[in-house]
Ligand binder design. Structure first.
Ligand code: AP5
Ligand code: MG
Length: 190
């Protein structure tokens, strides 16, 4: 069983992915975390991603799709025994979604749901500005939100049409959001 967490910057994708991994044993794949550790280690991937991340723009699709493909090879090898993945921050564009669809088919994976964590802009702005990550300045948060609306928000319709979108109110305490997610998962895997 696999899950995608979709939502604006600061909607709680990372927070909830961590809690769900502890509860259900999901492998948490956070593209943002993988990119940040590559930037820190000054790998080729990190060097090419850095300028996009520090502007709050998306890293180009070919880079991200290549990266996710190599994760699939690692985690979905016959020896890995891994059957549960949470994708946090992927897909973020139509091309990424199409690429993921084909991988899901090729590997015979079961996508239980695409969860949309719905949080108003003003709330995510407050959350991120008080967190203070490198890309959490007011200007960058505004750009990240703009990019989200232009390139990622259309995926809500894409997954709704496929009948696998679940909307969850992310503007609640982390524990309430988590308990709604747990209820949703238990319902889907029944
Ligand atoms: P990424 O690291 O994925 O950042 P993001 O999507 O902007 O989201 P955040 O990680 O900031 O927020 P989150 O939703 O995980 O919330 P969190 O739980 O941390 O991506 C960074 C960059 O990498 C992108 O800008 C792009 O350049 C690149 N990138 C990544 N994926 C890519 C892709 N697929 N394609 C191309 N480029 C890509 O919570 C945020 C804060 O709120 C925390 O302080 C938390 O404690 C707090 N909080 C969480 N939940 C609650 C709650 N319920 N109530 C109150 N506070 C809460
Ligand atoms: Mg995150």
């Amino acid at each position: 069983m696999n899950l995608i967490l979709l939502g604006p910057p600061g909607s709680g994708k990372g927070t909830q992915a961590l809690k769900l991994s502890k509860q259900f044993g999901f492998k948490h794949i956070s593209i943002g975390d993988v990119l940040r550790s590559n930037v820190e280690d000054r790998t080729d991937l990190g060097l090419s991603a850095k300028k996009f991340m520090q502007n709050g723009d998306l890293v180009p699709d070919d880079v991200i799709i290549g990266m996710v493909e190599s994760s699939f090879k690692t985690y979905l090898s016959p020896e890995s025994n891994l059957t549960k993945i949470i994708f946090d921050g992927f897909p973020r564009t139509k091309s990424q979604a199409i690429s993921l669809d084909s991988k899901i088919q090729a590997f015979g994976l079961r996508l239980i749901s695409v969860v949309f964590l719905d949080v108003p802009d003003s709330v995510v702005q407050d959350r991120l500005i008080s967190r203070g990550r490198d890309d959490d300045s007011p200007e960058l948060v505004s750009n990240r939100l703009r990019v989200y609306k232009d390139l990622t928000e259309p995926l809500l319709e894409y997954y709704k049409t496929k009948g696998i979108l679940t909307k969850i109110d992310g503007d609640r305490s982390p524990d309430i959001v988590f308990s709604n997610l747990v209820d949703m998962i238990e319902l889907k895997v029944k």
